[in-house]
Design a protein around this ligand. Structure first.
Ligand SMILES: Cc1cc2nc3c(=O)[nH]c(=O)nc-3n(C[C@H](O)[C@H](O)[C@H](O)COP(=O)(O)O)c2cc1C
Ligand SMILES: O=C(O)C(=O)c1ccccc1
Length: 386
């Protein structure tokens, strides 16, 4: 069945009085997540850095481009599948690394992994997960999975986590560079809400032998000390571009650097020998006032798109957004908040609904604009608004 088949399924249900389990409208989904979640968890997800200017800019940037549909192109049958850095996926879409998912549903990342596996969509597991990477791997079964690294300051812990990720079948490593400390986030500050201080999102280090070896007492016996060590391990940056070599030497599979917004940093990533980058501003959660992620995508894709795979995130909400990002040079996109809101709607079924809706929308928008596959998309499909 194609992804567009979700549309038929929904309308057919209507004949017997049924409607979709949750809304298909991205803004509506955020609004209903707000009703379901407490203010702490909701704003942790929905919030952004500072005034929210960059989060808003991320969305507005999609409006600067408009799709120009083409007719009679024989786009009835479409193939959405693609392969990125050795991972075959049913569409150019992955689940972004989102930490602390148990604040949204008790099954957290396990539910997300199960929903992703149902559809074959790759999941990128965060270092700040609320379940261990082995448990999430088991929940995902044979489905593709990548691991996102918050680069620990202790090389022994870093090596141990990389080793566990490899053994558990995570094939690519996504190294996030833009969050070596959390930005000023007024919604969370006003509630003094930080999940890690309550040991949510610490499952991977807390189950790590190298991390535990550095503690006088186990996290079970002295939680505050373990949390303190967690904070020190992941905060601050004494890292530099030449240290990417350490990861290169200790990870066999592809490496992507996430958080790239400048052409020169994209070139440095190429020089560092990685296979991919994620053009991302963390969904506007880090540098308030920063440029919209979509704005810098074309120049970065032009500069390094031949040498590395360029992925994109920050602001993807609809099928049209995916069409635009791919047409502007992204090999694939990551989706963040929408699936997190899906998770808040009953766990696995909620994530599944959000993914199926987004992929159906993408499938239909791709076809109706005259394209049979994402590979056919390029800048000819778009027109700049101004
Ligand atoms: C609640 C939340 C937690 C996140 N946690 C992580 C994380 O642990 N690691 C990471 O690299 N990015 C993290 N991100 C950023 C996402 O990977 C992604 O860059 C961002 O959500 C994309 O923007 P979007 O939400 O507009 O789709 C998080 C985002 C949210 C909303
Ligand atoms: O909140 C975030 O954006 C984020 O990336 C994060 C950082 C550390 C732990 C969990 C999530």
């Amino acid at each position: 069945m194609t992804f567009a088949g979700y549309q038929n399924e929904i309308y057919l249900q209507g004949l017997s009085g049924g409607v979709p389990p949750f809304t298909t409208d991205p803004d509506g989904l955020e609004a209903s997540a707000r009703e379901r979640l407490g203010p702490g968890p909701f704003w942790y997800v929905a919030g952004a850095a500072g005034s929210g200017a960059t989060a808003a800019a991320n969305r507005e940037a999609f409006d600067d481009w408009r799709i120009v549909p083409r007719m009679l192109t024989d786009a009835t049958t479409r193939h959405l599948g693609t392969t990125v850095l050795g991972t075959a996926m049913p569409a150019p879409v992955l689940l972004a690394p989102v930490g602390v998912q148990s604040i949204l549903h008790p099954d957290g990342e396990l539910a997300t992994a199960r929903a992703a596996a149902e559809l074959g969509v790759p999941m990128i597991l965060s270092t700040a997960a609320s379940h261990s990477l082995e448990d999430v791997a088991e929940a995902g079964g044979d489905s593709p999975r990548w691991f996102q690294l918050y680069w620990p300051n202790d090389p022994e812990v870093c090596l141990s986590i990389l080793d566990r990720a490899k053994k558990a079948g995570y094939t690519a490593l996504v190294v996030t560079l833009d969050t070596w400390t959390l930005a000023w986030r007024p919604h969370d500050l006003d509630r003094a809400y930080l999940p890690f201080l309550r040991a949510v999102g610490t499952a991977i280090p807390f189950t790590d032998p190298a991390f535990r070896a550095g503690l006088e007492k186990s996290p079970e016996d002295d939680l505050p000390m373990a949390i303190l060590r967690w904070v020190h391990l992941f905060t601050g940056t004494d890292k530099s571009w030449d240290q990417v070599a350490f990861l290169r030497e200790n990870w066999d599979g592809p490496i992507l650097l996430k958080g790239i917004q400048h052409v020169d940093d994209a070139r440095k990533a190429v020089d560092a020998g990685v296979e991919g980058i994620v053009v991302s501003n963390h969904g506007g959660r880090q540098v308030d006032g920063a440029v919209a992620s979509l704005e810098v995508l074309p120049e970065i894709a032009d500069a390094v798109g031949e040498q590395v795979d360029v992925l994109f995130d920050s602001g993807i909400r609809t099928g049209a957004d995916i069409v635009k990002a791919v047409a502007l040079g992204a090999k694939a996109v990551l989706v963040g908040r929408p699936f997190a809101y899906g998770l808040a709607h009953g766990g696995q079924v909620g994530v599944r609904h959000v993914l199926r809706s987004l992929l159906a929308d993408f499938d239909l928008t791709l076809g109706l604009s005259g394209h049979r596959s994402p590979a056919e998309l390029n800048r000819d499909a778009l027109r700049a608004r101004r």
